[in-house]
Design a protein around this ligand. Sequence first.
Ligand SMILES: Nc1ncnc2c1ncn2[C@@H]1O[C@H](COP(=O)(O)OP(=O)(O)OP(=O)(O)O)[C@@H](O)[C@H]1O
Ligand SMILES: [Mg+2]
Length: 400
Amino acid sequence: MTLLWDADPSATDRYDFAVGQVTRVDTQAAMVRALEDAPQEQLVLIGPEVDMESACQFTEFARVERPEVGVLLLRRRLDVNVLGQALRSGVREVVTADDLTGLADAARRSRELTSRVSGHTVDSSAGTRSARVVTVFSAKGGVGKTTFATNLSTYLASTGSKVLLIDLDLAFGDVGISLQMLPQNSIIDLVSMAGHIDEQAIKSVVTRHESGLDTVSAPSEPSDADRIPGSIVAELIRVAKRHYDYVLLDTPPAFTSHVLAAFDDSDVLVLIATLDIPAVKNLRLTLDTLDLLGNDKDTRLIVLNRSDAKVGLRAEDVVAALKQDIAVMVPNSAAVPASVNRGVPIILDEPKHPVSVALRDLAERFLRAPEPASSTDASGKSTDGQGGRSGRWSFSRGGK
Ligand SMILES: Nc1ncnc2c1ncn2[C@@H]1O[C@H](COP(=O)(O)OP(=O)(O)OP(=O)(O)O)[C@@H](O)[C@H]1O
Ligand SMILES: [Mg+2]
């Protein structure tokens, strides 16, 4: 984000476009306070109507108090006197007020300089974390993507990990409603910050769930989905990785540009199958598409949801059709929709329920570490004494 000192309320919209989200103040005192309140801030704009003396006075103050902060000065006209005075006080660049492209370039240069002089202290925890990115996907609707994404992420958050769940079902996302949250912001608010998304920007759009989970919601207006470029998703994931232990993505049942961006950056793809022919056919096509996209096979995890539904198709049939092992099986239970209607993930509400046991198994064995944990034996059976029902057994091609 960027602090703007300008008395004109309409200035925010004008400069938002060039430098990302802007917070405006209208006096020098307010600017000093705003800077004190924002230890992560890296860029200050001083509007064209602020007199030179006050602008230089503030810049000298910022140079001493917060040397990593870049001050850019906007003027209606540039002349040698203004330039000399500004640069002597420590202004990084002077830009004409109507040159928004020049302003965007100057802001980028200033941020780069800030990163170099502060050794990346701007993004204070940058590099300290490297989240595992997990995308939950199925090309068929209604198979349990949101159920899995919300349960897995709230579980991981409840164990003390720093977790971000991003709702990529941009038109009809229901992460918010499933977790009984009322998001004030959504991913659409990041669009104006393209190229400048940082930890503060992410914080400004997340909604916190009581489990400690952070969520980035889908827009409330389905039509807004078209205004979100895939590049925003890629940038959001890239930055979020540095600040979270896990980044999970719920998806729509389609290969949108947003989903492709998520695939690109995922360590694990949780691909959901159910015991019906269309779901299996779509999953087969998904695997073929992932092959075409050059996706690493090792990232894929097939999970069979509603695995005990008596519908004539068996888990072995799914394994044979997919030519791929099933990692975890999650049983069918009316307790799942009941938990969604209560707005409390079943994994937190009924931890001993077979569905919760299976999902926890998925989280612990496959999301927490790249290799299966030693608490499972070679056949995938748990040895932790929590009971062998539900997703404890896994079907493999060799094990038929
Ligand atoms: N194991 C299960 N047992 C019983 N019901 C389940 C199970 N898993 C999911 N459901 C129910 O199936 C329905 C669809 O689940 P969910 O919304 O998670 O699917 P989705 O793949 O996200 O759907 P969409 O593609 O529409 O976003 C919900 O009512 C959910 O409660
Ligand atoms: Mg869904």
